[in-house]
Write a protein that binds this ligand. Structure first.
Ligand SMILES: [Zn+2]
Length: 625
């Protein structure tokens, strides 16, 4: 195995893995012309729309408008961030990633993640086979049948059963590589004060919890109704090296496949709810793991979905918790819808009683956006005319959330939608509209001054100077900058000239700045600037997609361009400099209009403008002749 740090690993991995082999191991590739095609996994594809270009080592789908390299293929397909894709591909290529300050890990020890994963996979199999084959598991099989869970679902979710014994799993592990210490590290066994190990799951139906790559990493155990166990209805694995309940969701590996096309996920409360939803064909459903939906779940959810529907049981607790969750989602800018099931039914009961068609219909028609839900909860059973104190508290709470929501999204407090909401609130709470509006504006002010909300961002660290989440889209870039990038990707031998003549200030689009910065960093590191190398260096999937678009356009244009590339670049650099000067002049002219600038300042700025205009003419002059 060779060894590489993260920096050079990108290049080594890129050289080691052929995109045709990689994509071919996931999709059915067919030869077409000089490349390959496959059915695109990200849209409902009937003719193969996903193209793989072996010469450029890129893929793209014109229908989805996305493309990329080996890294972003894995990012999208496995739903992982760049770092994780890098690790997966390094494994595949047999390249060992070295990280600084890492102490050596003894294989098979509790520090060895591979050993932990092997142990959880082994245990999952033991529990599952015990459920299927053991006579003593009849009571568990009966329980699952009573809950309406079919044998096919038992298979799909690898449901298992642990016999009511303190040593069953430990005994079975005796002649395996899975030591008690490793089993303890994944919380399958506990250790008593006297130092003896014991099984953590006893007499429970076992729901394996899997990560996004379908590897079992933890377990949820449900007690049987007949059991005298006092350990609670559910026992979940505690936090381990593999498992964090605040950052993982049950059945995400299965649901993410369904969410790929719909970009929607439904979050329910229990394991059996998830199992039954999938069993009824509603397969974009996940559950939280013994914790409420929280901040840690959002990055994970955002990878797969733009809209989340939170399904609540009709009970009181569900109603109350919505307020906490709502605030979180409001500041984290994700579209959240809420559905409360009727008659205090949970999703499993509802499906068994009414079926999937009604369930889907309810999801579509009865879910409301998080804000509407908040209004409904706040005004539920409230006599606004009589209970004035409760009513004004409720109104204040709604306005505060609304203000936070508007500020977090950078929304205009005077927007039509806001005005409509304010009018509606005024009507509902029997208050003057002007009063509601004034209070709302005050709260917006408070929110603005409070600390900035946490914006979940997928942008790589190297783009940290650019605020919020920049949109890396082709149509956000000026024609001149697109042409500049085209020349860079198609004629990297000219990159040196562009880098020495242009600074980031000369550029206006975020995407151009980040790409340009990447070229500069590679140049300073003495690395190659060819397209594949630069593409591998960029970590943002959207930006990779944009690079692929650029190189395709550049390749098509190459034969048609009537000027040689160095001349095109020279003209372009002049135009870009001129554009930058013009922006400066515009800003200064705007400054002259400001009432607070004094005469001396205005005079100075005026001189600066004159000078800039002269400079500009100097720039233009040579091309005129
Ligand atoms: Zn597609």
């Amino acid at each position: 195995m060779s060894s590489a740090s993260f920096g050079t690993a990108k290049d080594e991995i890129r050289q080691a893995i052929n995109i045709v082999d990689l994509v071919g191991s996931y999709l059915d590739l067919r030869r077409q012309g000089s490349g390959y095609v496959a059915l695109c996994p990200w849209h409902d594809d009937s003719k193969p729309s996903l193209q793989v270009n072996p010469a450029r080592q890129i893929w793209k789908c014109w229908v989805c408008g996305i493309g990329g390299d080996i890294f972003s293929f894995i990012m999208r397909h496995e739903g992982v961030e760049f770092r994780e894709a890098l690790k997966l591909l390094a494994d595949r290529a047999g390249i060992q990633l070295t990280q600084q300050k890492q102490r050596p890990i003894t294989p098979g020890s509790p520090d060895d993640k591979a050993a932990l994963l092997a142990a959880t996979a082994w245990a999952e199999k033991q529990f599952h086979e015990y459920l299927l084959k053991s006579e003593a598991a009849e009571v568990a099989r009966q329980y699952l049948e009573d809950r309406g869970i079919t044998p096919a679902s038992v298979e799909k979710f690898n449901i298992g059963f642990s016999p009511d014994s303190f040593t069953w799993l430990l005994d079975r592990s005796r002649n395996t590589p899975h030591s008690p210490a490793v089993l303890e590290a994944v919380d399958l066994v506990g250790k008593s004060e006297r130092g003896t190990f014991y099984d953590r799951f006893r007499g429970r139906v076992i729901f394996p919890i899997r990560d996004a790559q379908s590897r079992p990493i933890a377990f949820g155990g449900r007690v049987l109704p007949s059991s005298k166990d006092q350990g609670g209805k559910y026992v979940n694995s505690r936090e381990t090296k593999l498992f964090s309940k605040r950052e993982q969701l049950y059945a995400l590996d299965l649901a993410s496949k369904a969410a790929r096309k719909s970009r929607h996920l439904t979050v329910v409360e229990g394991y059996t709810d998830v199992v039954l939803c999938h069993q009824f064909g509603v397969d974009d459903v996940v559950a939280c793991l013994g914790t409420a939906l929280g901040e840690g779940h959002i990055p994970l959810l955002r990878r797969f979905a733009d809209t989340i529907t939170l399904l609540l049981d009709g009970d009181e607790a569900g109603q109350k918790r919505t307020n906490d969750i709502l605030e979180l989602f409001v500041t984290a800018t994700i579209d959240l819808r809420v559905l409360t099931l009727p008659d205090e039914l949970d999703p499993a009961d509802f499906l068994l009683e009414y079926g999937a068609t009604q369930f889907n219909q309810l999801l579509k028609e009865k879910s409301v956006d998080a804000l509407e839900h908040k209004i409904r909860v706040a005004t539920h059973e409230l006599d606004i005319a009589r209970e004035t104190h409760r009513a004004s508290t409720a109104l204040e709470e709604i306005l505060a959330t609304l203000a936070k929501y508007a500020m977090a999204r950078g929304a205009d407090p005077k927007s039509l939608r806001t005005q409509q909401l304010i009018a509606r609130l005024a009507r509902q709470f029997l208050v003057e509209e002007t009063f509601v509006r004034e209070r709302y504006n005050q709260l917006c002010q408070v929110s603005r001054e409070a600390k900035r909300p946490v914006i979940v961002t997928s942008a790589p660290a190297s783009t940290s100077q650019i605020p919020l989440r920049p949109e890396f889209k082709l149509n956000a870039i000026s024609m001149d900058e697109i042409e500049l990038l085209e020349i860079l990707v198609a004629h990297y031998e000219l990159a040196g000239t562009a880098l020495s003549e242009l600074g980031e200030l000369d550029l206006s689009a975020d995407a151009t700045k980040v790409i340009f910065r990447t070229y500069r960093q590679l140049e300073e590191a003495g690395e190659s600037l060819d397209f594949g190398r630069v593409l591998a260096e960029i970590e943002d999937a959207q930006l990779k997609s944009l690079m692929v678009q650029l190189v395709e356009v550049a390749d098509r244009k190459a034969s048609k361009a009537n000027l040689d590339p160095p001349t095109r670049l020279r003209h372009l650099l002049q135009k870009i400099h001129r554009g930058h000067e013009q922006r400066i002049i515009r800003e200064k002219e705007e400054y002259l209009q400001l009432p607070e600038a004094n005469d001396q300042q205005k005079h100075d700025v005026f001189l600066e403008i004159l000078e800039a205009k002269r400079r500009q003419q100097g720039l233009i002059a040579p091309t005129d002749g």
